[in-house]
Design a protein around this ligand. Structure first.
Ligand SMILES: [Zn+2]
Length: 185
């Protein structure tokens, strides 16, 4: 959301471009799952819903046949009010399901960019390198969609900067470019 505000605050020549809105990288209204959150987009059903939390206790059986019930430090479970499914967390890390907490694609993301973005989002937990390479490809397609030639991403981003692309967006695109390059090797 900060990016969108920043773009709004840096209007200029770039604002006049017909495809300006395609740079709204953050999808509006998406609330990523977070430990302790009372409501967020559910990693199972992808719907914004209330989350109920529990600190589970586990019964440990001792060698002598007795048992002891303990809570496990940092282990917590949330329950989605909408789909009745559970998410398991260890500390601030969701360990089940192995779902991405990345934002959903913006509704005005171009279709060809969206395909790569969604694929990157789907694989990021299991393969961050694959996601990085896919996001670089998505950015390359985005610059083409914004009127650049797509031959050299670094130069494309540079030309967009001259047209008024805010520095923060430039830095984000450059990060995707460089990390995506490294991930492809
Ligand atoms: Zn759900």
């Amino acid at each position: 959301m900060l990016w969108r505000e920043e773009i709004r605050g840096n209007r200029g020549e770039f604002d006049s471009r017909a495809r300006y809105n395609n740079l709204r990288i953050m999808s509006s209204g998406y609330v990523a799952p977070a430990q302790g959150s009372d409501a967020n987009h559910c990693p199972h059903c992808d719907v914004y819903a209330n989350q109920y939390w529990s600190l589970p206790t586990i019964k440990f059986v001792t060698p002598a046949g007795g048992s002891t019930t303990r809570s496990v430090d940092e282990l917590s479970v949330s329950y989605c009010r909408r789909c009745d499914k559970y998410s398991v967390w260890f500390g601030n890390q969701m360990i089940h399901p192995l779902a991405s907490t990345a934002p959903l694609p913006s509704t005005d993301m171009p279709d060809d960019v969206r395909l790569d973005y969604v694929e990157a989002r789907d694989v990021v937990v299991r393969s961050p390198r694959s996601a990085a390479a896919l996001l670089r490809l998505a950015v390359q397609k985005l610059t083409i969609d914004l009127g650049e030639n797509g031959k050299n991403l670094n130069e494309d981003i540079g030309r967009l900067v001259k047209k008024g692309l805010p520095p923060r967006i430039q830095q984000a695109l450059d990060a995707v470019r460089v990390i995506g390059n490294n991930a492809s090797r």
